[in-house]
Design a protein around this ligand. Structure first.
Ligand SMILES: Nc1ncnc2c1ncn2[C@@H]1O[C@H](COP(=O)(O)OP(=O)(O)O)[C@@H](O)[C@H]1O
Ligand SMILES: [Mg+2]
Length: 189
């Protein structure tokens, strides 16, 4: 693995080029960057814009106290080395299994609480950004909107369930687990 460490990069202002990463396998990409697998437990997110990197880095740093956040290892001006979450997304899980369970909904509610505890103003996550690791723990990725989106109701999450026809099932479990939350969310059905 190449050295992306702060030792070769005193002020964390090192800039890497996409070419520097061409030997690594791409594990995902999005509008803001490309993610490559570095080792069995580390990946690197290469950002198209340094501003997006700063927003995601801030959320990850603050998030290190929470088990739902990937571990942060190294970073430079346009990249972040973080924990590679081995598993699959909640979206893939639900497409495969076609249903939710009460323990899973409990985990989802706890995951959202973790984001709130960290002080994120975004109490939401897309089902493709919630990853389920090998132990069945939920981890959330892609945090650039943690502080720029002000979303007290998880509308993106609810939208994800809606697409899969699982909104009623999700809300039924929410009502069982937390009746007051259900009353707030049912209008977003
Ligand atoms: N820490 C990670 N562990 C495993 N896969 C990841 C991780 N971070 C990103 N990915 C994969 O890369 C994809 C793109 O990452 P994401 O952070 O969503 O990029 P963007 O900001 O461009 O949307 C994700 O949907 C996921 O499949
Ligand atoms: Mg994304």
């Amino acid at each position: 693995m190449k050295d992306f460490s702060p030792a070769s990069n005193h002020k964390h202002n090192k800039v890497i080029r996409k070419e520097d990463l061409k030997e690594y396998e791409i594990i995902g990409d999005g509008a803001d960057g490309i993610v490559y697998q570095l080792t069995s437990d580390r990946c690197i997110k290469f950002f198209f814009k340094e501003e997006t990197q700063q927003r995601e880095l801030e959320a990850l740093r603050i998030g290190q106290s929470s088990p739902v956040m990937p571990r942060l290892y190294q970073y430079g001006a346009n990249f972040i080395v973080m924990e590679y979450i081995k598993g699959f997304s909640l979206a893939r899980y639900l497409k495969k299994h076609g249903q939710l369970t009460k323990p899973l909904v409990e985990k989802i509610l706890n995951m959202l609480d973790e984001l709130k505890k960290l002080g994120f103003t975004r109490y939401d996550a897309e089902i493709r950004h919630v990853l389920i690791n090998e132990l069945g723990d939920l981890k959330v990725i892609d945090h650039k909107r943690a502080f720029t989106s002000d979303q007290p109701v998880p509308v993106k999450l609810l939208k994800g369930f809606k697409k899969l026809g699982l909104t009623d099932e999700f809300l039924r479990f929410v009502r069982e687990i937390r009746p007051s939350v259900y009353d707030e969310w049912k209008k977003y059905k």
